[in-house]
Design a protein around this ligand. Structure first.
Ligand SMILES: *[C@@H]1O[C@H](CO)[C@@H](O)[C@H](O)[C@H]1NC(C)=O
Length: 285
């Protein structure tokens, strides 16, 4: 029995379908306002991998339809590179977001974020002034803090209601001072200095009620960005791992089909009777 080009065509159609969730993951990352939107360079690898899979499987599809061996060779080599790139990306995504999470605070529904809890390549990037000035101004422009205000029946929420809210890492890190500083709640983005001694955390001095400043230059904001990236990257990585496994299976089948066709083309004992009237080898692959 011989693998036919229609099987190869089907396989390519499957890989084409597999490129959609990858591309979707990249687009989902870029469509998520605030964080990832402010670090666009991070979702490009994913979008490039998704588009590559699409293009390569279309090439394989065409190769199978038009029985073009060189296109199918291109498919096998290119798909191998893409699988390697995808593995690299998954390792990278887990590596850069390996350590760190928010700290829970007594009597608060939200977590506080500390830059010292994080480490690695991504932390170093975020910590660099040249990167951070871009990211922080992007967060400011996203109005994530301005949109935090909550009214219940036309009345602004009370401090107690705010304390039990579940804030996103960016909201917690960038839009309010760290809890340990002891600031007194006025509204979501206005906090007055309490009477007591300030904590030694430098973030406490960086907090400003100026609505264009807030805690955008706090370390807690950087940590919030890292925490937010970690969340969304972990979700995307799950999709990537599933796609990777399916892609490897499809690749192995495609490779076996390719090998099998070549064997039938080249080995006399298997198909000598049929080989006598075989078409030119370019018609097979
Ligand atoms: C908090 O109050 C300030 C000053 O009145 C205002 O500019 C800001 O929009 C308010 N913050 C929110 C989140 O509503």
């Amino acid at each position: 029995m011989r693998f036919t080009n229609s099987l190869i065509g089907m396989i390519n159609f499957l890989t084409f379908l597999l490129s959609i969730p990858i591309l979707g993951g990249g687009i989902w990352l870029s469509s998520k306002a605030n964080t990832t939107d402010c670090m666009r360079f991070l979702q490009w690898p994913l979008i490039i991998i998704g588009i590559s899979i699409m293009v390569v499987s279309l090439a394989g599809f065409a190769g199978a339809c038009y029985r073009n061996t060189s296109l199918l060779w291109f498919y096998l080599v290119a798909m191998f590179c893409i699988i390697a790139a995808l593995i690299g990306f998954i390792i990278f995504a887990y590596g850069v977001t390996d350590k760190g999470s928010g700290r829970s605070v007594l009597n608060r529904g939200y977590l506080d974020y500390y830059l010292s809890d994080y480490s690695g390549w991504l932390k170093d990037r975020v910590d660099q002034d040249s990167y951070w000035s871009k990211i922080s101004s992007c967060i400011r422009d996203s109005h994530v803090c301005a949109n935090m205000g909550l009214e219940i029946n036309g009345v602004p929420e009370s401090a107690d209601m705010f304390y039990y809210r579940n804030l996103s890492p960016i909201q917690s890190g960038c839009c309010k001072p760290p809890t340990e500083c002891g600031y007194v709640y006025v509204n979501e983005t206005v906090w007055n200095q309490g009477g007591g001694l300030m904590d030694s955390d430098p973030d406490c001095l960086k907090w400003s009620n100026d609505q264009t400043q807030l805690c955008y230059y706090c370390d807690s904001c950087k940590a919030g960005v890292l925490a937010s990236l970690k969340k969304s990257w972990r979700k995307v990585s799950v999709i990537n791992i599933v796609v990777l496994i399916l892609l490897v299976i499809v690749y192995v089948v495609a490779y076996a089909a390719f090998k099998n066709n070549k064997r039938y083309d080249n080995d006399e004992p298997y198909g000598s009777a049929r080989m006598t009237k075989a078409q030119p080898s370019s018609l097979h692959f």
